[in-house]
Design a protein around this ligand. Structure first.
Ligand SMILES: Nc1ncnc2c1ncn2[C@@H]1O[C@H](COP(=O)(O)OP(=O)(O)OP(=O)(O)O)[C@@H](O)[C@H]1O
Ligand SMILES: [Mg+2]
Length: 263
């Protein structure tokens, strides 16, 4: 009954044999993963494991040494020109001094790359108004992006993805430096977007909240170590592989650690 050409059969994201080298550094080594539409996939791995490089490769911002990225059946350039992809970069990768307001950040989601100089329509304005309301930034719409708190900045970028109507949202550490309330707001928004069929790939170092919102998780260390349920990815033996230490040890044996410290 299922036809392989129906849209439901096309993965939202298909990464195949992706290798990225920066000079002598291999940041990604033969990475393959497939994410189906409507899924939230957590991306976890230690600093330098290649998470941001994977996002940049999907966005076409770094050139792979080998391999291929396909977005809803399209190559990256085609997907971006159709507005299928939205990217919230890691905070360190953004120029927060750039003279652009919160509203303008959200409005950039409405410009396909070929439409940079087209006139802003009433539809654009109402999409941006709606998106800013959804992330709770209506009051701050005219403020320069750099004059927001960390959590508000992340929400401004999420508003861009919502205004764009992107099919696939890529979020690189949206919870870094964000309080629990902003984190919960972002998680609620992402859960709603996924329920409406959007696909989310999200990197995070907050392992404790991952199972509460992710449908699946990828453990990365240049290669894909595990791609499974969040519970599978977070098994102590897998975390030990990905982080090189048993990150559960302190939690499991607090008294022993305390005793050692006091010795
Ligand atoms: N522009 C660059 N030039 C050279 N090497 C780079 C560049 N960007 C990243 N790297 C290297 O590639 C590897 C992967 O970096 P990447 O930023 O993808 O890691 P990450 O998992 O996002 O880390 P973090 O958790 O610290 O954000 C690291 O060894 C890093 O030093
Ligand atoms: Mg990173």
């Amino acid at each position: 009954m299922s036809n392989p050409d129906t849209p439901h059969q096309v993965p939202a994201l298909d990464v195949s044999g992706l290798t990225v080298r920066y000079g002598p550094v291999t940041a990604l080594d033969d990475v393959s993963m497939t994410i189906r539409p409507g899924r939230i996939c957590g991306l976890i791995g230690m600093n330098g494991s290649g998470k941001s490089t994977l996002f940049k490769s999907i966005m076409g911002l770094v050139r792979p040494t080998a391999g291929r990225v396909t977005i809803a059946g399209h190559d990256t350039a085609h997907a971006r020109s159709r507005g299928l992809l939205s990217y919230v970069p890691q905070a360190e990768d953004v120029d927060w001094q750039f003279p652009i307001s919160v509203r303008e950040v959200a409005m950039t989601g409405r410009y396909g790359r070929q439409n940079l100089f087209r006139r802003i329509t009433a539809r654009d304005n109402s999409a941006v108004d709606d998106a800013l309301a959804q992330v709770g930034l209506t009051e701050l719409a005219d403020r320069q992006i750099g004059r927001l708190s960390g959590g508000q900045r992340k929400r401004a970028f999420v508003a861009r993805g919502i205004a764009q109507g992107a099919e696939i949202l890529l979020l690189d550490e949206p919870f870094a430096g964000v309080d629990k309330r902003s984190e919960a707001t972002i998680i609620d928004l992402l859960t709603d977007l996924a329920a409406a069929g959007r696909t989310v790939l999200i990197s995070t170092h907050d392992l404790s909240t991952l199972p509460s919102f992710a449908d699946e998780a990828v453990l990365l260390m240049q290669r894909v170590l595990v791609h499974g349920t969040p519970e599978e990815a977070l098994r102590p033996e897998n975390l030990a592989l990905a982080f090189g230490v048993d990150v559960t040890e302190r939690r499991d044996h607090p008294t022993r650690t305390d005793a050692e410290v006091g010795r």
